[in-house]
Structures are given as C-alpha cells and as structure tokens.
Design a protein around this ligand. Structure first.
Ligand SMILES: [Fe+2]
Ligand SMILES: [Fe+2]
Length: 286
C-alpha cells in the first residue's frame, strides 16, 4: 500500500481532454461517424473499455465483501477512486471528439450497470489472482486501443489510464507473490482455476462476444496477446509456477492441469500470431 501511494502520481482528467474541439449536442441530434473516422474495431474497443470502467460499483462490491475493513478497506477505496478517474477521462474525451455514438454509449452504460454482471471468484486468493491478471490485461487493451485511435490526444488519454492499470497490476501481482511464500499450495489451486476460467470483466456488455471478436481481429486484445503478454510474464516468470516446491497433492494436480492448459493455449497463440503476421505482410505488399 505504501509503495503504491509513493509511486502513483496525481493527475487530472480535465487536463487530458481537448475541450476546444467540442461543441454542443442539440437534443435529438444524430451522431455522424464521419466526424471522427475510426475502424469499427477501435470504436468497439473504446466502447468496451469505457463500459468496463463504468461497472466499477460492482467490482467494488465484490472486492470489498471479500477483503473487508482495515488496510484492505483503505486499498479498495483508494483503488475505486483511481478507477473512477478512468471512466471520467475516457468519457469526456469520447464525448468532446465525437469518436463514438454518445446515445449508444449511454444506453450501453445503463444496460451494463443495471445488469451488474461481474466476475465473482470464490475466495480471497482467487480474487487476488484474477485481479492481477485482469489489471495487466486491461493495461494491454487500453494501450493497444490508444495506439489505433490515430489521435495523439487519444493516445495520451489511453496511455495515462494504462499507466494506472500497471500500478494496480503490480500491487496485486506482488500480493499473490507474498501469498505464494505463505501457502503456495492454496495459491496454485487458485491460479489453476482463474487461468482456466479467465474472462475479461466486460462480459455483461451488450454484444460483448461480437465486440470481443472484432477487438481480437484488430490485434487489440486476443488469445495470443493474453498468452504472451499476460500469462507467460505473470504466471511463469513472476510467480514461477513451474519451479514451486513442496506442494500438496491437490496443488500438484492443479499445477499439472494449468500447465497443460497453457501448452494448448501456446499453440493456439502461435497460430494466431502467424496468421496476423501473414495478414500484416499482405497489407504491406498491397
Ligand atoms: Fe481502470
Ligand atoms: Fe485498474
């Protein structure tokens, strides 16, 4: 907690938003996508990323129930305040630039927050494993979205949010590291369940499956990135799953199962990467 507070820098959403590019929306005015041309996949990513941030009340509810008061409570409240900045800055940027349809966005927010669908891991240690993976996944998705907006201001907004997600990731990753030192077997069982069941937190968003497929095709977030940039660095390099010793029988079984799952994922990831490189090659040749 102290490390987080020392490394998190204060920043202001209003300083990132290009207000001078905005103008009033007349009531009933129809959104015109031509005012901010963008590939559909990037609009899908912005829609999903923002609605995911909007669902904060329910993440708070889940995590607060799991960890309760004390320093845990302090962390959850601080984390909530930081996360809320993300929806503020992304929404203001999108509204001012007209990069996505504000009516569809608001209806999507109402549906998402009314539905309250969030991942609910069973135990505190599973929750820690899940949020470590999810914060890093979110960092990758925000960064890649920012790179494709084609607007330096939008890039900075998404990079700023991604930098926060990175600090959240480090916080949770190192808590899991500490937990491994205390009870490796319990943590390995949690890793097995959370890696095999992993879902991004936006599953309650309208049309999520189609939007996730479009986001994957654009190379913003797909299984290959999930494997190479999330699972390998966290589970294998930082938590050193393969090298842990003295595990219980249950934990040994869990480790074997999750490593086998990762081997299968690696071959899917490799095929996806090859296909994407081939497609990029075609685009360059054309
Ligand atoms: Fe966030
Ligand atoms: Fe975060």
């Amino acid at each position: 907690m102290d490390r987080h507070l020392a490394s998190a820098k204060e920043w202001f959403p209003h300083e990132y938003v290009p207000w001078s590019r905005g103008r009033d929306f007349e009531p009933g005015e129809e959104w015109d996508p031509a005012e901010f041309p963008l590939p559909d996949a990037v609009r899908d990513a912005l829609f999903v990323n923002l609605l995911t941030e909007d669902n904060l009340p329910y993440y708070f509810h889940t995590i607060d129930n799991m960890f309760g008061p004390g320093v845990w409570g302090q962390w959850i409240r601080r984390w909530t305040a930081e996360e809320q900045r993300h929806s503020i800055v992304i929404r203001d940027y999108l509204t001012v630039t007209r990069a996505i349809d504000p009516v569809e966005l608001e209806r999507g927010r109402m549906a998402q927050v009314s539905g309250a669908v969030v991942p609910e891991p069973d135990t505190p240690v599973e929750t820690l494993v899940y949020v470590a993976l999810q914060e890093l996944a979110t960092r990758v998705a925000h960064r890649n979205t920012g790179k494709l907006i084609g607007d330096p201001v939008g890039y900075e907004v998404m990079a700023r949010v991604a930098a926060d997600e990175n600090l959240h990731y480090l916080f949770y990753r190192d808590l899991v590291g500490e937990a491994l030192a205390h009870d490796a077997s319990a943590v390995v069982v949690a890793i097995d369940r959370q890696v095999r069941d992993f879902e991004m937190p936006g599953t309650g968003i309208h049309n999520f499956t189609a939007r996730a497929a479009s986001i994957a095709r654009a190379g913003i977030y797909d299984l290959a990135l999930h494997y190479e940039q999330v699972l390998v660095p966290v589970v294998l390099r930082h938590w050193k799953l393969e090298e842990l010793e003295g595990l219980s029988d249950d934990a040994e079984e869990a480790r074997t199962r999750v490593l086998a799952y990762m081997v299968r994922l690696e071959s899917v990831a490799r095929r996806l990467s090859e296909r994407r490189q081939a497609k990029d090659g075609e685009l360059i040749d054309a």
